[in-house]
Unconditional design. Structure first.
Length: 194
């Protein structure tokens, strides 16, 4: 079995983290560090560097989080903890705001909303079809003859499929969605009221 010449940096870093957490490094790594002066020196440099970074971070954190700021934060947390046991407060709104909001929402009819959505859908489909029509190149004469020679689709099968699809999509078949469907205006219902 051939032994690696030197430890990789990630193995040295894993060894450093294990030491910081009070754990023992894996035995092959510890054995290699004891035997190889070059890796031991690299490990000592890593430990020195990481301890320096930690000391700088601690100093910056102490400067940013002064004792006064920490005390204010602790008091704020204590106030919030005291409020946990209290009953919830009910906020009352002025009745004029509520009444005007209710009146404004009843003025909008679900029929108008559904009609606007249907008109938007129609315009989107029409514009999309126009865009698609303009973006495709016109077929040449040989392509037209090849298309004419191709077998025609079965129109009756397509009609049957579309009928089955319409029946399947007419109403939801799950109990959970039936309640939502009962409150949703449908195009057929809106068309029938006119």
């Amino acid at each position: 079995m051939r032994r690696a010449l030197h430890l990789q940096d990630d193995r040295l870093f894993d060894c450093y983290l294990a030491q910081r957490q009070g754990e023992v490094a894996d035995p092959p790594t510890a054995e290699h560090l004891a035997d190889c002066d070059s890796c031991a020196a690299r490990y000592a440099e890593l430990v020195l560097f990481m301890d320096g970074v930690r000391a700088e971070g601690d100093a910056e954190a102490d400067a940013a989080f002064t004792p006064e700021r920490l005390r204010a934060q602790q008091q704020q947390i204590a106030r919030r903890m005291e409020a946990v046991g209290r009953p919830a407060r009910v906020l009352s709104f002025p009745s004029r705001v509520v009444q005007s909001t209710i009146r404004a929402s009843t003025l909008r009819s679900p029929r108008w909303t559904a009609a606007a959505a249907a008109a938007g859908l129609f315009l989107g489909i029409a514009l999309g079809a126009t865009y698609e029509w303009d973006s495709h190149p016109r077929p040449s004469a040989p392509a037209m003859t090849a298309r004419a020679a191709a077998p025609k689709p079965d129109v009756a099968a397509d009609e049957d499929f579309m009928s089955e699809l319409e029946l399947a999509l007419d109403r939801p078949h799950t109990r959970e969605l039936a309640a939502f469907d009962a409150f949703t205006p449908h195009f057929r219902e809106i068309r029938g009221t006119r």
